[in-house]
Design a protein around this ligand. Structure first.
Ligand SMILES: *Cc1c(COP(=O)(O)O)cnc(C)c1O
Length: 425
């Protein structure tokens, strides 16, 4: 038996399904998870010694690949001074300066320990600031696992959310309106019907959690106009896109300034960090200045702050975004070109260094068209690549990430593995 299988057996007796986050269990593809031992650059190595070119990137944070020396060194240095104090430390302000330099819309911010926390707190703040109840989200966008965000659109034209998880009361789900992504008409209609009750619209400005789906022309602009007109807040969930698409995230790329921004993943340099922030007059409503409560024992943790600082300083100095986008464009175009002559129905969506290979011949522009792609064929694609030492996200509706550590040779190896795998599908 492989070491991974052994560890999986042991873990299953202790951890629910042997994992600490459901996507890791590979349930969607019916396999057993592979336990990793270490990583370096673009590569990770499992406990049985097998090597993989990694496009999972720990689900987004690893823009410099695995174990980048300057980031590891910064974390080690901070760790030797003490892991946590529960008091303010200098590195919190340093990381905040870097975040604000990238995101001028984040005049004031607060650090938390995950993207879930950032989104949950931003929406509580939006409700506290506006004194309103309703939240608008888009089908297929993911904003963490807080109660009000684990909802999907109901049947028919109804937009009031239904729980997608047991344990979420219907009464809470109904406070979230769920609309189709990229549908400006439905947004206008929702504001006509409910405008005075809507506290905030939360959106992934480039969707990554229905697979990669770019915003269509004017979509983000309409969100900005409608929220402004009706006195609601616009919340950009840039947990993935924040330092992935540009220095300054999707709001810089698309030129739309949200009221609040949520960050996570890259901002912690591989450690658990989230952040939310925005206009000072809104952020001042937060405790202890204002009545909206939010707190965290390990928020602003000095080891995580140090890793975040090293990551952002490296990003600011190297500005890798154009070259990352070029590499990713080459890879995604290469995959598309391998599918066409084999008559495989494949649509590759890409924005910057994030991309998704959808098994469908139709354009993917929202959660519904994303769900029409062939998830079982994707699962076989994933397994075929895995066998050949290429690690893609294990499910169809996820983003793959190219990092600064990927080399031309990595991309060549990947395209060869894709070509061989396509032959088996
Ligand atoms: C990952 C993610 C989250 C949740 O972040 P966690 O750190 O996993 O809690 C929220 N929003 C988006 C867009 C994400 O991709």
């Amino acid at each position: 038996m492989s070491k991974s299988k052994e560890l999986y057996r042991r873990a299953q007796t202790l951890l629910v399904a042997g994992v600490n986050s459901p996507v890791r269990a590979f349930h969607a593809v019916g396999g057993a998870p592979i336990f990793m031992a270490r990583g370096r650059g673009s590569e990770m190595v499992d406990v049985d010694g097998k090597r993989y070119v990694d496009y999972l990137g720990s689900w987004g944070p690893l823009i410099f690949g695995h174990a980048p020396p300057p980031i590891i060194a910064a974390a080690e240095k901070a760790l030797r001074l003490g892991a946590t104090f529960g008091t303010p430390v200098e590195s919190e302000a340093r990381l905040a300066e870097l975040v604000r330099a990238a995101f001028p819309s984040m005049e004031l911010m607060r650090f938390v320990s995950s993207g879930t926390e950032a989104c949950m707190a931003a929406l509580r703040l939006a409700r506290g600031y506006t004194g309103r109840r309703l939240i608008v989200k888009f089908a297929g966008c993911y904003h963490g696992h807080s109660d009000g965000l684990l909802v999907s659109a109901g049947s028919g034209a109804a937009t009031f959310g239904h729980p997608t998880s047991a344990g979420v009361p219907r009464e809470i789900a109904r406070l979230t309106l769920v609309l189709p992504y990229n549908d400006a008409t439905r947004v206008r209609k929702a504001f006509r019907s409910h405008g005075r009750d809507i506290a905030a619209v939360i959106v992934e400005p480039v969707a990554g959690n229905m697979g990669v789906v770019p915003p269509e022309k004017q979509f983000l602009r309409v969100l900005r106009e409608e929220t402004k007109r009706h006195g609601a807040l616009l919340v950009f969930d840039e947990v993935i896109t924040g330092f992935r698409l540009a220095w300054g995230g999707a709001q810089t790329v698309y030129g739309v300034r949200p009221d609040l921004t949520c960050l996570g993943k890259i901002v912690g340099g591989g450690f658990p960090v989230g952040a939310f922030g925005g206009a000072a007059k809104i952020m001042r409503r937060l405790a202890p200045l204002g009545p909206v409560y939010q707190a965290g024992t390990l928020s602003g943790n000095p080891v995580a702050m140090a890793a975040g600082i090293a990551t952002l300083e490296l990003l600011r100095r190297t500005r890798p975004y154009a070259s990352l986008a070029r590499q990713t464009a080459r890879l995604s175009a290469g995959i598309g070109a391998l599918a066409a002559p084999r008559g495989l129905a494949v649509t590759v969506n890409r924005v910057g260094s994030m991309f998704t290979v959808f098994f469908t011949d139709r354009p993917v522009r929202d959660g519904f068209s994303a769900m029409r792609s062939d998830a079982r064929r994707y699962a076989r694609f994933f397994q075929g690549l895995l066998k050949r030492g290429v690690y893609f996200p294990p499910a169809q509706l996820e983003a793959a990430f190219v990092s600064c550590a990927h080399t031309a040779a990595d991309l060549e190896k990947t395209l060869t593995a894709v070509a061989e795998t396509f032959e088996e599908l």
